[in-house]
Design a protein around this ligand. Structure first.
Ligand code: IFM
Length: 416
């Protein structure tokens, strides 16, 4: 599979709460509430990264032929109380980032991947008007302490997903369950991103990005005008409004449009997290979902969550659309949970092929990161949805290299 060149980033991805273990943040408290995690588990020691497994996993990643890794920093560790930073936590991240670099990986670091410090949760989470500025101060400190070990920064991960799960819905903390709160949470996160971007740029030269999850919405009946409208509506609410805001700084949800200060021009690159396609059918009983209901067969899903139907064509479409913003792109997450590991190798091949295709068309995609390097704590799903190229035995912390790890290594070898 040619067409990638030497500079292309072949990576894997993880996030702090999902792999580190031993956390003290808003999710720790959420997990302790009965019924919040569907399989009754907790993140616990997770994949043991804080205790020393990170270095070994990064070496495993490099052994596949990857040249990059995406990870996140845990805000609650680095700033356990407002304005009080923990030098030991910075030291541990320096060790992890240094190990990644020593293994030949370029390190893409997300400042915040969903979890908040307890003090921020007590203050109202993303509904606290002060939080965007606090986030910018945290960003600046991270850049000062860790900047020399970081190749690419991302500010936030999937602001819309967090707003839908934790503010519109109550599946994730803070569990608000109010559409107005969801709009406020999105606006606050975009403002936080913009402020953090300025703070990072003041200290480091590493490019700064934002990571968006953009599923592919299509009308279930392609020619049906109402299905088309409903699919468009869902796409706009979930993806289009955010992309447009990043482009011109105007958040158009809800109306009237509001300018998010500093947002226009705040990204040097943009990340796409992509999992699948939703086929949307008009449903007059679903006003809150833009009058649409998802009806596709073949979704990767559990009783509670639906990652959509694997559809590499949809990822290509989203990359073309993002390409219009004129900044370099990365696929910052792509993968599937597949306990038998029989479908994932083909899934990865199809999606890498989609990246190759759009690059050939001139879309500036610079990297592809598989979610995930190792099985990890999947939020409200707990441990029941293994996404890893490596399986994890949580009792022993032993890893099993899966067929999909071999498949990814082969794709990299072909591509490079
Ligand atoms: O595990 C998550 C990750 O934290 C954010 N993007 C989607 C992944 C799979 O659900």
């Amino acid at each position: 599979m040619s067409g990638f060149g030497d500079e292309f980033l072949w990576g894997t991805a993880t996030s702090s709460h999902q792999v580190e273990g031993a956390q003290h943040n808003d999710w720790t408290d959420w997990e302790a509430q009965p019924g919040r995690i569907h399989d009754g588990t907790r993140s616990g020691d997770a994949a043991g990264w804080w205790g020393g497994e990170a270095e070994k996993d990064l070496a495993r990643a490099a052994a596949l032929g990857t040249n990059a890794h995406r990870m996140s920093l845990e805000w609650s560790r680095l700033e356990p109380a407002p304005g009080r930073f923990d030098p030991r936590a910075f030291e541990r991240y320096r060790a992890i980032l240094g190990a990644g670099r020593a293994a030949g990986l370029r390190m893409l670091v997300t400042l915040n991947h969903f979890t908040l410090p307890r003090w921020a949760a007590r203050g109202g989470s993303w509904l606290d008007r002060e939080l965007p500025e606090r986030f910018a101060l945290y960003a600046r400190r991270c850049a000062e302490e860790l900047g020399e070990h970081v190749d690419l920064w991302a500010t936030l991960n999937e602001p819309a997903v967090l707003a839908f799960m934790g503010y519109l819905g109550d599946d994730w903390p803070p569990g608000v369950g109010d559409p107005r709160a969801a709009f406020r949470a999105i606006a606050a996160q975009l403002e936080a991103h913009a402020r953090a971007s300025a703070a990072l740029r003041a200290v480091t030269v590493a490019p700064v990005g934002l990571v968006l999850n953009l599923p592919f919405f299509e009308p279930a009946r392609p020619r049906h005008p109402l299905d088309r409208l409903a699919a468009k509506g869902q796409d706009w609410a979930f993806s289009g409004a955010k992309l447009a805001a990043v482009e011109d700084g105007l958040l158009r949800l809800p109306l009237p449009p509001r300018r998010v200060p500093g947002l226009a021009g705040s990204v040097d690159w943009l990340g796409l997290n992509y999992y699948g396609r939703y086929a949307v059918r008009f449903d007059p009983r679903a006003p809150a979902q833009a009058f649409g209901r998802r009806v596709q067969e073949g979704s990767v899903k559990t009783e509670h969550n639906d990652w959509g139907e694997p559809c590499a064509r949809g990822m290509a479409a989203q990359l073309r659309r993002m390409g219009r913003l004129g900044v370099p792109l990365m696929v910052t997450e792509n993968g599937m949970y597949d306990p038998s590991d029989t479908r994932r190798p083909g899934f990865l091949r199809d999606h890498v092929e989609a990246v190759r295709q759009v690059r050939r068309e001139g879309v500036d995609v610079r990297g592809y990161f598989v979610w995930s390097l190792v099985d990890n704590f999947e939020w409200a799903e707990g441990w029941m949805t293994p996404f890893g190229l490596f399986g994890l035995d949580r009792e022993t912390q032993e890893r099993t290299r899966r067929a999909s790890a071999d498949a990814y290594a082969a794709l990299i070898a072909e591509g490079a």
